[in-house]
Design a protein around this ligand. Structure first.
Ligand SMILES: [Zn+2]
Ligand SMILES: [Zn+2]
Length: 181
């Protein structure tokens, strides 16, 4: 990690910059509850100067393993997204004065504030991946999940031998037994 992923935007003063870059973003930089491992991402970017800022047109192709929200097994995920951002070279004066305006600006995901005319590709990728991540995934529609009693994966035959809890058929059997004794 280092210099390669920080793009100097000063050449964009005179002509648009088109670039494509492939990188990996660790699960730790993303949502560790959803992402299993490192996610691979390809970014295709065109950056143009506009007044005191830059316009960025981007496309992202991302792939990696997410965790099934029920059984925690990896689920292959890929997605392609197009996005437009404004890259601002500095925060507007007014935003430094008023707290509530600052909060509004930080919620505005379409504006990225640059540090010293350098665009951090890894940070850009991480933010775009977070926006693209599904809230939850399941390995299959009828994933049976993990047994709350023994922790076994109930999709795997033999991984859990617990007596089903609250199953009416067992309740009926228990009633029969107590009636006979
Ligand atoms: Zn599952
Ligand atoms: Zn069990």
């Amino acid at each position: 990690m280092g210099g390669r992923l920080k793009v100097d935007l000063s050449p964009v003063e005179t002509k648009p910059l088109a670039m494509s870059e492939e990188l990996e973003v660790s699960a730790a930089r993303l949502d560790a509850d959803v992402v299993a491992e490192t996610v691979r991402v390809r970014l295709d970017l065109v950056i143009r100067r506009r007044d005191e800022a830059f316009d960025l047109d981007g496309e992202m192709a991302v792939s990696g393993d997410l965790l099934c929200s029920r059984c925690l097994e990896p689920v292959a995920w890929h997605s392609t997204e197009a996005f437009q951002l404004t890259l601002a070279t500095e925060r507007p004066e007014a935003l430094n004065d008023r707290e509530d305006d600052v909060e509004l600006a930080e919620e505005d995901l379409d504006v990225v504030y640059l540090a010293g005319d350098k665009l951090d590709l890894e940070e850009l990728a991480a933010e775009q991946i977070l926006l693209a991540l599904p809230m939850r995934v399941t390995c299959k529609d009828d994933c049976a999940g993990i047994c709350p009693t023994c922790g076994g994966n109930r999709n795997i035959a033999g991984a859990c031998h617990c007596e089903p809890q609250g199953d009416p058929r067992w309740e009926a059997l228990r009633d029969l037994r107590s009636a006979g004794s």
